[in-house]
Design a protein around this ligand. Structure first.
Ligand code: NI
Ligand code: MN
Length: 253
C-alpha cells in the first residue's frame, strides 16, 4: 500500500503548514522594541503593543518600516505609547485595539481598522480574546485631545494567556486581571516616577499570580533610568523571574 500523500490545505494532513496557528504551540515569541513597545506572536498573529520606536534614540537600530503587526494594542494616548501607531497601521493594515477615545482619535486620523473598546469589556479576536483592564495613570492624545482612561490588556490565546498592565500604579484591581485563568507571564512597567517601580511590579506579579514577567518603561528618559542589577536582584529575592531583554531581542515565553 502506498503511503498517503498530502497536499497543502488537506485538513487530514499532519503537515504543519496546514495548521499555521499551531506553529507556536506552547511558544509565545516576545520581541522588545524599547520603552513600553513589544510584540507577541501567538494565536497565529502578531500583536504589537504601544509603538514608540522612531522617536526613541535607544531604539535607533530598529527599522520601524519592518515592524510586523496584525493588531496594534494601545494602552493610552501618551506620545511615548502612540508615536508610530498611524504609520505602522497604515503600512500593515493592522487593527488598532484601544480604549474608546484613543481608538476614535485614530479613526479621525484615517486609520482604517479600529476596535475601540472600554474597560471591563472583552472581545473574541482572531488570535483569541482581549479584555481591557483598569489602570491608574492619565491619558491625553499628542494634540491635547481627551484620551479617555488608560487601560491594560488581558490576552487569551491557544498558546497561553498574558497580562500587560500598561502604564499604571499598583492597584488592587490587578487581582481581577489574573482571576479565573492561568497567566503564562505578565509585562509591567518598572521605571518608577511615572509608573510602578520594581518593588510594586513585584507585588503586581504576586497579585496576578505570575512567576515570570518582562520589565518595560525604563531607561528611556532620565527620570526612569534604573539600576538593572538591583532590579534583577530584587526579583530574585522575591522568587520571581524578571526578564529585561535587549532592544531588538526576542524571547521565547
Ligand atoms: Ni503614560
Ligand atoms: Mn508612558
Amino acid at each position: 500500500m502506498k503511503p498517503p500523500t498530502y497536499q497543502y490545505g488537506d485538513l487530514k494532513s499532519p503537515l504543519l503548514e496546514n495548521f499555521p496557528h499551531r506553529r507556536h504551540v506552547f511558544s509565545m515569541k516576545f520581541t522588545y522594541y524599547g520603552h513600553a513597545c513589544f510584540s507577541i506572536e501567538a494565536g497565529g498573529k502578531t500583536l504589537l503593543f504601544d509603538p514608540f520606536i522612531s522617536p526613541n534614540p535607544l531604539a535607533k537600530e530598529i527599522d520601524v518600516k519592518k515592524v510586523a503587526a496584525d493588531f496594534i494594542l494601545v494602552s493610552h494616548g501618551h506620545g511615548d505609547h502612540v508615536a508610530d501607531v498611524i504609520d505602522i497601521a497604515n503600512r500593515t493594515g493592522a487593527t488598532v485595539i484601544a480604549p474608546y477615545e484613543v481608538g476614535t482619535w485614530f479613526e479621525g486620523k484615517g486609520v482604517k481598522n479600529v476596535q475601540a473598546m472600554n474597560h471591563g469589556g472583552a472581545a473574541k479576536m482572531p488570535f483569541g480574546r482581549v479584555k481591557l483592564t483598569s489602570a491608574i495613570h492619565s491619558s491625553s492624545m499628542p494634540d491635547g485631545a481627551y484620551g479617555g482612561n488608560p487601560c491594560g490588556f488581558v490576552i487569551e490565546t491557544s498558546e497561553g494567556n498574558f497580562y500587560y498592565s500598561g502604564d499604571t500604579a499598583l492597584t488592587m484591581d490587578m487581582k481581577l486581571a489574573g482571576e479565573g485563568m492561568k497567566l503564562r507571564f505578565a509585562v509591567f512597567p518598572i521605571g518608577d516616577f511615572f509608573t510602578m517601580g520594581i518593588e510594586d511590579a513585584l507585588k503586581a506579579a504576586e497579585f496576578v499570580g505570575v512567576n515570570k514577567f518582562v520589565g518595560v518603561h525604563y531607561d528611556t528618559f532620565p527620570p526612569i533610568k534604573i539600576d538593572r542589577e538591583a532590579a534583577l536582584q530584587a526579583a530574585r529575592a522575591a522568587g520571581k523571574e524578571l526578564l529585561l531583554p535587549a532592544i531588538g531581542d526576542s524571547v521565547d515565553m
